[in-house]
Design a protein around this ligand. Structure first.
Ligand code: PAF
Length: 280
């Protein structure tokens, strides 16, 4: 695996590879890698691309400074995991390499409705920060294909919108959420949970499964409330448990029995915020 720290160096190297007819598959991450991330590298390798992973904990997307300070970093382990996964290139930039002019006068992206609901509502500014970094990364890494995990469902929609808004040539691939055998969605933030909290965290999967197993056409308010109660009774501070249309994240309280739906949840266990989703 080749490691680059400078934007100009990786960009030159990748442009030469592209000129030689190679495809570039890109997996942007914030590190603290787990099998969910390496499954994205597998998908890129399967497509026969040069697989490029970036590790950059993006300060611009944290609406809570404490969350940024506490974000797990495990660089040595990450490099080892990437080598084992057969990743070809790692981009490990500094903040000044990504934001040479700072973020004070950063561009804003017209994300419309997506920025007003769920993660957009509960983490103001978060998706602007995500767009800022992904846009910048895509100017450095001229990716043909971008691999993202379904666990961040709304983020996937936001990045699709970014690609549309900026008329980028990159194709987005959304790969399934990987789960522990218990059902817990793999997440870098799980590293901050104690063994006991990991048990409790399972309730998120259980409450989404409850929605999946019990949904019927008609009014959904009682069903949603039961799913919220499940989490509250297990000691979570709930931001939301919602049912939305899978195509455009329209929050619904009444189901016609036809529209394809997604259950989504975000809740705190102590100071660790967990999110998950499930197609119904
Ligand atoms: O999902 C993440 O890890 C981040 O939001 C991303 C896409 C790497 C941008 O910083």
């Amino acid at each position: 695996m080749i490691l680059f720290k400078k934007a100009a160096d990786i960009n030159n190297w990748l442009l030469k590879s592209k000129a030689a007819g190679k495809k570039i598959g890109f997996i942007p991450t914030m590190g603290a890698l787990h099998r969910g991330h390496t499954s994205l590298i597998d998908a890129s390798k399967h497509a026969g691309s040069i697989s490029v992973c970036s590790i950059f904990v993006n300060p611009a997307q944290f609406n809570d400074a404490k969350d940024f300070d506490n974000y797990p970093t495990t660089i040595e382990k990450d490099i080892d995991a990437l080598e084992k996964a057969g990743c070809d290139v790692l981009f490990l930039p500094s903040v000044s390499e990504i934001y040479p002019a700072g973020t004070g006068n950063a561009k804003t992206y017209d994300l419309g409705y997506l920025e007003t609901v769920l993660e957009g509502k509960y983490r103001p500014g978060h998706f602007q920060g995500v767009c800022l970094v992904v846009h910048r990364l895509l100017t450095i890494v001229p990716a043909d294909d971008l691999y993202l995990g379904q666990k961040d469902y709304q983020q996937c929609m936001v990045i699709k919108k970014l690609v549309e808004l900026e008329k980028l040539i990159t194709t987005i691939h959304i790969c399934p959420t990987l789960r522990e055998t218990s059902g817990l969605a793999m997440s870098s933030r799980n590293m901050r949970l104690t063994a006991e909290a990991r048990e409790q965290a399972l309730k998120i999967f259980e409450s989404l499964s409850y929605l999946k197993n019990n949904i019927k056409p008609g009014d959904l308010t009682g069903l949603k409330q039961t799913a919220v109660n499940l989490l509250t009774n297990a000691g979570f501070k709930v931001d939301y448990v919602e049912i939305a249309t899978a195509g455009d994240l329209d929050i619904i309280n009444h189901w016609d029995g036809n529209r394809k739906l997604l259950a989504v949840a975000a809740a705190f266990l102590g100071d660790v915020r967990l999110i998950d989703n499930m197609l119904l």
